[in-house]
Design a protein around this ligand. Structure first.
Ligand code: AHR
Length: 522
């Protein structure tokens, strides 16, 4: 008899009918963290592989419009509600001369970052035209590798000056009478990386970036500047030294410090991989502390924010032939990758007071949520969590109490020689929440591979009001992928939850991302 009860209980637990511990999420709309900047849901277009050519731009294709922009891709970008798009690189930018890609005469160049011929047929004006059509704000990065500070200044003049000066008149001659008014400018890309053309040490980068910033702001004083923070986390790289040095040296000039992070599942260890957003969280806290230190030392303190302006899962298409040429970085994503991306987005929201920008790398074909062929396109798994966040997760971020079971993982090691940090006691539920007027939105990744987690969601202030909508990103198993004509992982709307005044109970499906949305009455 005892044995039968044990077997039944074990079975019920395994299918989530009975959990060892009822999980709890406490929502208190008075415990706020900060305003969620819409730019957390930004993206990135680099001249790399088929991101531009064959991705957003394919003149002559029956799928393209009169400008040569792929209409199907534009629709997918609009549905993704991309507020801000970084351009034109990435490593590409450190060997990019913007003048090669404006006006009637385009200069073809070898792109040595990704070993391909760059025709420069698509450049500043094409990107700005495309950005207007899809409703995204351009964020340009200047070349501080092989480029000069004067070239950076001229680019700002070409884009932002009204007229009279040589480069603003050149823009007019090229058919753009009105300034483009580009507000966001990055001071180089990954200047800490030895792979970067024109890589500098921290002190030399500070000197060059400070002078570039000065020249750029002389043309356009209101622009926002983003310094290239750490992208390189190996022990030799010493990212803390890099970040501290540039915050000290550039604090007066910059508005953001950019951080980059890619993760992967090279060792096929699901529980380790799914916890990697915690590493991003801890890196955020380290840089947050450095920013506080810097800002309180300033004679005229002003905010400096973190921009996670490259992040994603990237480990398959990373070496050899997959990393260069016309089809570089064509990563094919599965469900576990989408859950990691949802985890990253939760990190941004939970740190909404200091993280004010984030850019998924990248938008189309190249480690991307949108994947094209000459005949059509499909949406990769990672599209769906980003789309849900961008469309719904706004307002003020909340400090949420989460009480659930935890697990231990091996040391974090993404197989790319990055610094390891012990990850233990990882909560199965990864949660963020936001309030916007009387609306609350709760985002939950259930990291458990096999078990649904029954959870009481408790309202600490006011009361839940009416029914709650539920959206779930999930698929048959963690390795499920989408492809042309095959959608295994997507967002599904589930039945509404009827909430009582101060509580509802929801069972989060195994390996899922769930967004719950409803109203609170104060
Ligand atoms: O996004 C791909 C590449 O990753 C970018 O060009 C570079 O900045 C980073 O190393």
């Amino acid at each position: 008899m005892k044995k039968v009860v044990f077997v039944v209980l074990t079975f019920m637990m395994s299918v989530g009918l009975l959990s060892a511990q009822q999980a709890r999420i406490k929502i208190d709309v008075d415990r706020t963290i900060g305003e969620i900047d819409p730019n957390l849901y930004g993206n990135f277009v680099e001249h790399l592989g088929r991101c531009v050519y064959g991705g957003i731009y394919e003149p002559g294709s029956s799928l393209s419009d009169e400008n040569g922009f792929r209409k199907d891709v534009m629709q997918a970008v609009k549905d993704l509600k991309v507020p801000l798009t970084r351009y034109p690189g990435g490593n590409f930018v450190s060997n990019y001369h913007w003048l090669d890609a404006v006006g009637p005469e385009r200069v073809p160049r070898m792109d040595y970052a990704w070993q391909r011929l760059e025709t420069n047929k698509f450049g500043t004006n094409e990107f700005v035209t495309w950005a207007k059509k899809v409703g995204t704000e351009p964020y340009f990065a200047v070349n501080l590798g092989t480029g000069t500070i004067e070239e950076a200044q001229w680019w700002v003049e070409y884009c932002n000056a009204d007229g009279g000066s040589y480069y603003s008149e050149l823009r007019k001659k090229h058919g753009y009478p009105e300034p483009h008014n580009i507000k966001y400018w990055g001071l180089g890309n990954e200047m800490d990386g030895p792979w970067q053309m024109g890589h500098l040490n921290a002190e030399d980068y500070v000197k060059k970036a400070r002078e570039a910033a000065k020249l750029m702001k002389m043309v356009s004083p209101d622009i926002k500047l983003i310094a290239a923070g750490s992208s390189h986390y190996s022990r030799e790289a010493n990212p803390d030294y890099w970040n501290r040095t540039i915050l000290e040296g550039l604090g007066e000039q910059i508005d953001y410090i950019a951080l980059h992070m890619y993760v992967g599942n090279l060792n096929d260890n699901y529980y380790n991989f799914i916890s990697t957003p915690m590493v991003m969280d801890s890196r955020t806290q380290v840089v947050r502390g450095m920013i506080y230190e810097q800002v309180q030392r300033m004679s005229r303190p002003k905010p400096i924010y973190i921009a996670w302006d490259e992040y994603n899962v990237w480990y398959r298409a990373r070496t050899g032939k997959d990393a260069v040429g016309e089809r570089a970085l064509e990563e094919h994503y599965n469900l576990e990758d989408a859950l990691v991306v949802a985890g990253f987005l939760n990190v941004f929201v939970r740190n909404a007071d200091i993280v004010k920008m984030a850019n998924m790398a990248q938008l189309v074909n190249v480690i991307a949520p949108i994947f094209t062929s000459e005949q059509g396109m499909f949406l990769q798994t990672i599209y769906y969590p980003l789309q849900l966040f961008a469309n719904h997760m706004k307002g003020t971020s909340l400090d949420v109490l989460v009480d659930c079971e935890t697990y231990n993982t091996q040391q974090f090691d993404n197989g790319m020689n990055e610094r390891s940090s012990q990850q233990s006691n990882v909560p199965y539920l990864d949660v963020s929440a936001a309030v916007d007027g009387d609306e609350i939105t709760i985002c939950v990744v259930n990291r458990h591979k096999d078990k649904a987690i029954s959870t009481d969601v408790l309202c600490q202030e006011g009361s839940f009001n009416g029914s709650f909508e539920v959206y779930e990103v999930n698929g048959p198993d963690i390795k499920s992928m989408n492809d042309f004509g095959k959608t295994l992982v997507e967002t599904k709307k589930k039945s509404d939850i009827k909430a009582k005044a101060d509580k509802f109970t929801y069972s989060f499906a195994p390996h899922s991302f769930t967004m719950i949305k409803g109203k609170v009455k104060k």
